[in-house]
Design a protein around this ligand. Structure first.
Ligand code: GLV
Length: 327
């Protein structure tokens, strides 16, 4: 019997791809540039599985054009690029890569929040430009994190890991908003109190956004929400572009409505809104919250574990629509 064929649509670690080669015919994308959807459709002909990353769009059009496809395995935790109901309707298994990136991403969220509050990149740019001529008592004076109120919008695994860091490490009172409230035995160790979204915005000294992107979280933070925040507050977004209205954020940062923002994700990335680039009070990073070698390897490994299990009759560890396996 011939081996199933799979497509690795995103460049990843060679030894991890070798695990697929031991079992399947494998075609790989050896460049860091993703394929257009037409190219992806062309290369998926005759393929039973695909390994993708967050930027690769899997929708009904692609599924209808790729009738041999049985498994879509992303190395990301976020899967707003995949139409899961359309996959389920066609019996295509979808898996993502949760858990393995939680602590790394929370570390980064905290780092970005600290860099934002303490004006680290802004002051570094000033120094590199040769503008540091003297000491001054208020030079790059920012906001404290210790003891300040941490607001977490979206209390999933990553939100909880950030809350834990703030509560245990920095003595921060933690408030959060999530559609569903955590049980008391989970709130307790995080020192976290559930509040309505508007109250979260009004009370947080440092707001971190960690909600998945969907139609219902599109522009969850826009002009109205920003204007509820404290003038001294910071906002950090490590969730997805589109959760924050970037144009509104740039305008409110320029107007001094909030003190500063830290952004790892953007609407239309890798393009960044020019008005954000023009703001000095924003720390910008290129969607790297999960980027440590160990964690990127773990994410890739998990996607490969899922793909192998899906195509060899095993149980994929992190299926999003496991009901298709029962058919
Ligand atoms: C990164 O953004 C991910 O969803 O894993």
């Amino acid at each position: 019997m011939s081996k199933p064929s799979v497509l690795v649509a995103r460049k990843t670690f060679d030894d991890i791809v070798d695990r697929l080669r031991q079992r399947f015919e494998v075609e790989t994308n050896d460049s860091d540039t993703g394929w257009s959807q037409d190219e992806l459709i062309r290369r998926l002909q005759g393929k039973a599985g695909v390994y993708i990353a967050g930027g690769d769009k899997i929708d009904a059009k692609l599924l209808d054009a790729c009738p041999d496809l049985k498994a879509v395995c992303t190395m990301a935790v976020g899967y707003n690029n995949i139409d899961v109901p359309a996959c389920t309707a066609r019996g295509v298994l979808v898996t993502n890569a949760p858990d393995v990136l939680t602590e790394t991403t929370a570390d980064f969220g905290f780092a970005l929040m600290m860099a934002t509050a303490r004006r680290i990149t802004e002051s570094e740019h000033f120094l590199r430009r040769g503008e540091w001529k003297q000491w001054s008592v208020t030079m790059f004076a920012g906001a404290d994190l210790h003891g300040a109120t941490l607001g977490v919008l979206g209390m999933g695994r990553i939100g909880a890991a950030i809350a834990r860091r703030g509560h245990l490490g920095f003595g921060m009172p933690v408030i959060y908003h999530n559609r569903s409230r955590l049980p008391a035995d989970q709130e307790g160790p995080l020192g976290a109190q559930w509040v309505e979204k508007d109250e979260l915005l009004q009370r947080a000294d440092h707001l971190v956004i960690v909600v998945p992107y969907s139609a219902s979280s599109h522009h969850l933070i826009g002009q109205r929400e920003l204007r509820l925040m404290k003038k001294t507050a910071t906002l950090t977004n490590i969730a997805r572009g589109g959760v924050v209205d970037d144009a509104a954020l740039a305008a409110e940062l320029q107007a001094g409505t909030i003190a500063a923002a830290g952004l790892d994700v953007f609407e239309g990335e890798p393009t960044v809104h020019p008005a954000l680039l023009a703001c000095t009070n924003v720390v910008l990073t290129p969607h790297i919250a999960s980027a440590t070698i160990a964690t990127r390897r773990a994410m890739s490994d998990l996607a490969v574990d899922n793909l192998i299990a899906a195509l060899t009759g095993g149980v994929p560890p992190t299926a999003l629509n496991p009901e298709v396996l029962k058919r």
